[in-house]
Design a protein around this ligand. Structure first.
Ligand code: HEM
Length: 116
């Protein structure tokens, strides 16, 4: 069970890497939302929700932290959705939307690592 949980953590980290990596590429490039960002978010979300259940561990989960991460993830999803739709219409995404996605993704990773 423990090894399976570690495998799911690995998938969760891959989702984070895909979302944040795709965002960094765009931050130094055209500053547009891409499908890869949404894919990374979905991978991180599915694996994160699976990890939010207490299986394969012998310690208590921090549900306040997990709730905070879930709310932030929902905001990232909403921003990506709104931004992608506007980008389709106007050809560009508002800087506030673009930077918020990167900052919030970074905040969620920081919460995961720093809030014990
Ligand atoms: C974009 C959104 C997210 C990012 C960037 C992110 C990032 C991370 C990172 C970097 C870790 C590894 C931390 C470590 O092992 O020290 C982690 C672990 C974890 N994440 Fe997330 N996460 C996100 C969303 C979520 C969501 C929505 C949930 C569930 C509600 C969640 C639940 C967890 C859990 C339970 C762990 C710990 C795994 C363990 O040690 O058993 N994550 N996350």
């Amino acid at each position: 069970m423990e090894i399976l949980r570690h495998a799911v953590v690995l998938v969760h980290l891959v989702g984070f890497a895909v979302l944040f990596g795709a965002w960094v590429v765009e931050a130094i490039g055209q500053r547009r939302f891409t499908r890869i960002m949404s894919w990374g978010m979905v991978i991180a979300a599915v694996a994160g929700i699976a990890l939010a259940a207490p299986w394969g561990i012998s310690y208590e989960l921090n549900y306040v932290k997990l709730g905070t991460k879930l709310v932030i993830l929902l905001v990232i999803g909403a921003l990506l959705g709104i931004g992608t739709a506007r980008q389709r219409k106007n050809g560009s995404v508002a800087p506030a939307l673009f930077w918020s996605v990167g900052i919030l993704t970074f905040v969620n990773a920081a919460l995961a690592v720093l809030w014990r």
